[in-house]
Design a binder for this molecule. Structure first.
Ligand SMILES: Nc1ncnc2c1ncn2[C@@H]1O[C@H](COP(=O)(O)OP(=O)(O)OP(=O)(O)O)[C@@H](O)[C@H]1O
Length: 412
């Protein structure tokens, strides 16, 4: 099933699929490559093709041991493809799904690698905007690093920006994956380098805990938590590491570390973490969080369904809802200030030390069930209205004024 991509590349075998397209193992004049072939509805979008060509220099310019380099861009008939370095290994999401939590030394070594890649990008004026475990690849052919970790490389640079065309995303829409979105993005500010630091700190928390600090439930509730809630400490985490996490998850972007400083500070911590087992943290009490969310917003998931770890609404029309946990983007309305204030009472899922009793387990279940039924009906009505709105806005072809575009590279 080999297929030609442009005049120089052959795609041999599918490596995986993402929301923007399919990644192929391919061959080029200089040897094996990975080819990301964008979905046909994207490649037939003339505006996106134009940006693709325009961004050529920025996309091709990044060379760093912890960045997956883009080697070539192909625009050929209906094909629109990014030719990248081939990484022989897996992505961090797959490893995390397999192991549930990583030992602190391995987690910190991986995140320090990514921070170094980000430092190089930020120095070149490029903001990633979609840092998450799916976009971190682990090179399993190279030598092992601290804690048995494989070299980590950040991928998908520029893809968030490419897809963020004014026609697809108005100034009132948010681009990113909810669990990793910095509060200033939720508040509608333009993304600067510090949004990548926030997202990377979220990834570090997730590697240590097995869940993200503000995730769970309806995407709107997740966004609100980023703005209004403080991160709950992880039992057993060394204080120095916790302080770093807290600083990089600061609500104020200026309080966060820069990428190069974060990388240095993380590497300094490695000897302290050597040999430490994964933290003994239980999954948070999703039932309590669900109940709290119901009380606050009425937008909680329907009774009986598990709270999703990462809720995402596909930006790209046609992306399968069932894939939404892994979507590159979310297209959501920026919440109004009063909506954001609604979460101040606390719906974050507090981690429990293993074996600790479940808070709220003695609640009157009959009352809870009745209330949930009412909320479920309300949530269903909201969901139907939301899908309608999304369909209406995603099909909108009216170009907005030039100043509504939010995707220009932003200096750190
Ligand atoms: N340069 C590469 N070398 C080897 N495998 C890759 C490379 N880039 C991506 N892959 C693999 O291809 C799969 C799809 O990647 P892709 O970037 O399209 O999606 P994603 O990041 O998982 O999701 P999304 O696009 O929704 O963020 C992933 O499983 C990833 O491991």
């Amino acid at each position: 099933m080999a297929r030609r991509i442009g005049s120089r590349y052959t795609a041999h075998q599918i490596l995986g699929r993402g929301s923007a397209g399919t990644v192929w193992l391919g061959e080029g004049p200089e040897g094996p490559v990975a080819i990301k072939l964008l979905r046909e509805d994207l490649s037939s979008d003339q505006e996106l093709v134009g940006r693709f060509v325009q961004e050529r220099t920025a996309l091709l310019g990044l060379e760093h041991p912890h960045v997956v380099s883009v080697r070539d861009l192909v625009v050929d008939g209906n094909d629109l493809a990014l030719v990248m370095d081939l990484v022989r290994g897996t992505d961090l999401r797959t490893r995390l799904d397999r192991e549930r939590r990583l030992a602190p030394e391995a987690a910190v070594a991986i995140v320090a690698d990514v921070a170094e890649g980000l430092a190089a990008a930020h120095a070149a004026g490029v903001v990633h905007r979609d840092v998450k475990p799916e976009n971190v690849l682990l090179d399993m052919q190279g030598p092992l690093g601290p804690g048995g970790s494989h070299r980590a490389l950040l991928t998908d640079f520029g893809v968030a920006k490419l897809i963020d065309t004014p026609r697809r995303t108005r100034a009132t829409k948010i681009i990113g994956t909810p669990d990793y979105l910095a509060p200033e993005i939720v508040e509608g500010l333009p993304p600067r380098a510090s949004v990548d630091i926030y997202a990377l700190a979220t990834v570090l928390y997730e590697l240590l805990a097995g869940f993200t600090p503000f995730g769970g439930g309806h995407p709107g509730a997740v966004l609100r938590r980023h703005v209004t809630e403080t991160v709950v400490p992880l039992p057993g985490i060394p204080d120095e590491l916790w302080q770093l996490l807290v600083q990089c998850l600061a609500k104020a972007p200026a309080s966060r570390l820069r990428a190069s400083e974060l990388a240095t500070r993380l590497r300094e911590l490695l000897p302290l973490l050597a040999g430490m087992p994964p933290l003994d943290v239980d999954e948070p009490d999703t039932e309590a969080a669900e109940e709290a969310a119901e009380e606050l917003s009425g937008a909680a998931p329907v009774t009986g369904q598990p709270v999703r770890r990462r809720g995402a609404v596909p930006l790209v029309p046609g992306a399968k809802p069932s894939d939404s946990n892994r979507d590159t983007h979310t297209s959501m309305r920026v919440p109004a200030p009063d909506e954001l204030a609604g979460g101040a009472h606390g719906t974050a899922r507090a981690p429990r030390a293993a074996g600790a009793p479940r808070p709220g387990s003695a609640r009157n279940r009959a009352v809870t069930r009745r209330r949930r039924l009412v909320v479920a009906v309300a949530a269903l009505i909201l969901a139907v209205a939301g899908v309608g709105t999304w369909l209406a806005t995603s099909d909108d072809t009216t170009p907005p004024p030039a100043d509504t575009q939010t995707s220009a590279p932003t200096a750190p």
